[in-house]
Design a protein around this ligand. Sequence first.
Ligand SMILES: Cc1cc2nc3c(=O)[nH]c(=O)nc-3n(C[C@H](O)[C@H](O)[C@H](O)COP(=O)(O)O)c2cc1C
Length: 278
Amino acid sequence: MKNFIHLFTVCFLIYNESIKSRLCWVRKGLKSVLTPLDSLKYLLKGRIRSYLMGLICPYGFRNVNLWILFFLTAFCTNKSGGSMEEIKLPNPNLKGKTSVEECILKRRSKRSYFEKEPSLEQISQLCWAAQGLTEKKAGFRSAPSAGALYPLELYLVKNDGLFRYIPEGHKLVKLKPDDLRDELCKAALYQEFVKEAPLNFIITAVYSRTTRRYGERGVMYVHIEVGHVAENIHLQSVALGLGSVPIGAFYEDEVKKVLSLPEEETPLYIIPVGYPKD
Ligand SMILES: Cc1cc2nc3c(=O)[nH]c(=O)nc-3n(C[C@H](O)[C@H](O)[C@H](O)COP(=O)(O)O)c2cc1C
């Protein structure tokens, strides 16, 4: 929507400049009492001129009001949503104390948690394990992805709001300030531990990113990929002394509504995480 507003403003500015320019040429044509054919030629000339001007200086540079409007909308609609709060995560620890074998051995689905919240360092580590950049130049991430197309998005639901993880820059963007755990629990067939967990990850998919290249087979690839990401979260949780459980039983549309997901995003997994009671 925000991008649309900005695009609309840009189009309007170009169009505005183009109309002004064309009228000016028509006026010139009428003043010199030319034939209709010549006037038409002038009109076309004006079009070409305004097109060229559009290339060089696309936003109606002579109209100060339009410039102000342009910068205002650009400011209000920048990629991170203008006023959206961003939380830079601490760098992940790349040398853990628990071996991967130990994590595999100890991993068990945990469905009961203490209230104590995982720290920002732990959240950072979990996000990195799920979707973090492990080769920044190439844009490769911690979990494999067919064609490196990365169709998955990662959301966090905590008591202080809804967040989206942005791998580039290793940060969270706060999307909502509300505690959505209660609503998420209802959408997940009232599985109480969703409400109880201090942190819930939700992995969503934009299928078209993968099916655009791989067709119908891409759907299967996306489903395989969500398993990779989820397992990374589970194993990393164990390494951090936390517990988690994968949840597949939920009403897709309800979860979409709770998170206000864009139309093209489908929730695939909910993963509550916390300090396990058992
Ligand atoms: C695709 C999938 C969906 C699952 N959905 C749920 C769920 O909705 N609720 C739940 O309590 N456990 C869910 N689980 C967890 C399984 O019940 C659990 O993995 C299984 O009992 C084996 O136990 P373990 O994870 O401790 O090895 C799901 C697991 C998978 C792989």
